[in-house]
Design a binder for this molecule. Structure first.
Ligand SMILES: Cc1cc2nc3c(=O)[nH]c(=O)nc-3n(C[C@H](O)[C@H](O)[C@H](O)COP(=O)(O)O)c2cc1C
Length: 268
C-alpha cells in the first residue's frame, strides 16, 4: 500500500474515506480531550468562514478521543499525532508501532497553532522515536507556514524524508486555512524542493479548491496534494473524485514510485 497522490488532511480523514485517496485520521493526542458532542460544540463555537478572504479560521485545539480509542484499521490511512510532552510523543509513537495492522504512515503534527509553540527538544524526540519504527510506518513531518526550513533542516539531518507543507497560519484569532495559506504553502514546497531535491517526498496543501490549485502545487514541486477545509462543506465532497482523477492523469507513475518499501535509507 502506498500513499496516494491525493490526501484528505486531518481531521477530515476521520470521516471521508475514498478508494484511491489516502485519508489522514486524527490529530490524536495521548489523553482523551473530547468525545463526539464536545467536538461538534467546539466546531460550532470556534470555526468561522471569511468569505472575502476565502479563509477559514479555527481555534479547535485538537478535540479528540485519544489514540488509544482507535478501533478501526489504519492500514490505509495516515495517522496524525500530537504530543504535549516528550513522554506523550514517545507513548503515542510506541503505541502506533504496536497497532495491528500498522498505520500506513504517521504524521507528526508539529505545527498546530492552537496548542503549543514548536518546542525543538520535543520535536526531536518525536522524530527519533518515529524513525526507530520505520519498518512499521512512514513518518511525515507536518510543518508550519512560517520558518519551515528552520524546522525541516534538522529533521532532514535526522533522516525524515516526508514533509507536509503546511498547517494553518498561526494568528491571534486562531489557525487560518484556505486561500490565504496557499501562497505560503507553495513557497514552502518550492523551498524544500530546492533545498533537498528529489531526496524528499513533499505533500503540498493549503487553499486547494479546484484542479488549477492542484496544478500549482505540482508545478511548485509537490508529489502529493492534501485537501482540508474545502471539506467543511459536505456538498463539495464529490469534488474529491475529480481531484483524484486529475492527479492520477497527471501522475500516473506516482503510486509505485512512492510505496513505503521503496523509501529507503536514510530514515524513510
Ligand atoms: C477545522 C479545521 C481543523 C483542523 N484540524 C487539524 C488537525 O487536527 N490536525 C492537523 O494536522 N491539521 C488540522 N487542520 C489543518 C488542515 O489539515 C490543513 O493542513 C489546513 O487547513 C490547510 O489546508 P486547507 O487550506 O485545504 O484547509 C485543521 C483545519 C481546519 C480548517
Amino acid at each position: 500500500m502506498a500513499i496516494e497522490p491525493l490526501i484528505v488532511g486531518a481531521p477530515f480523514g476521520n470521516y471521508l474515506v475514498r478508494e484511491g485517496v489516502t485519508s489522514t485520521a486524527g490529530t490524536f493526542t495521548w489523553e482523551h480531550r473530547a468525545g463526539v458532542l464536545k467536538r461538534i460544540w467546539r466546531v460550532m463555537r470556534t470555526v468561522r468562514y471569511n468569505r472575502r478572504q476565502q479563509a477559514w479560521i479555527n481555534k479547535l485545539g485538537l478535540p479528540n478521543p485519544g489514540l488509544r480509542s482507535v478501533r478501526e484499521s489504519m492500514a490505509e490511512r495516515i495517522v496524525s499525532l500530537h504530543g504535549f510532552t516528550e513522554h506523550e510523543w514517545q507513548s503515542l509513537i510506541d503505541y502506533a508501532a504496536r497497532m495491528e495492522p500498522a498505520p500506513l504512515a504517521i504524521e507528526l503534527n508539529i505545527s498546530c497553532p492552537n496548542v503549543s509553540k514548536v518546542v525543538t527538544d520535543e520535536v526531536l524526540v518525536a522524530c527519533r522515536a518515529a524513525l526507530a519504527h520505520q519498518d512499521r510506518f512512514l513518518t511525515i513531518a507536518k510543518l508550519p507556514p512560517v520558518r519551515w526550513l528552520e524546522l525541516a533542516a534538522p529533521l532532514y539531518d535526522m533522516g525524515i524524508r516526508w514533509f507536509h507543507c503546511c498547517n494553518t497560519i498561526p494568528t491571534p484569532g486562531g489557525g487560518v486555512s484556505g486561500k490565504p495559506l496557499k501562497n505560503y504553502s507553495l513557497w514552502a514546497v518550492g523551498d524544500l524542493r530546492d533545498r533537498f531535491g528529489d531526496d524528499v517526498h513533499l505533500i503540498g496543501g493549503g487553499g486547494v479548491s479546484c484542479t488549477a490549485d492542484l496544478d500549482d502545487f505540482l508545478s511548485a514541486g509537490a508529489d502529493h496534494i492534501a485537501v482540508a477545509s474545502l471539506l467543511l462543506n459536505p456538498l463539495r465532497w464529490p469534488q474529491i473524485n475529480r481531484f483524484r482523477d486529475h492527479l492520477r492523469a497527471r501522475l500516473p507513475q506516482q503510486t509505485d514510485r512512492l510505496a513505503p518499501a521503496s523509501a529507503g535509507p536514510p530514515g524513510n
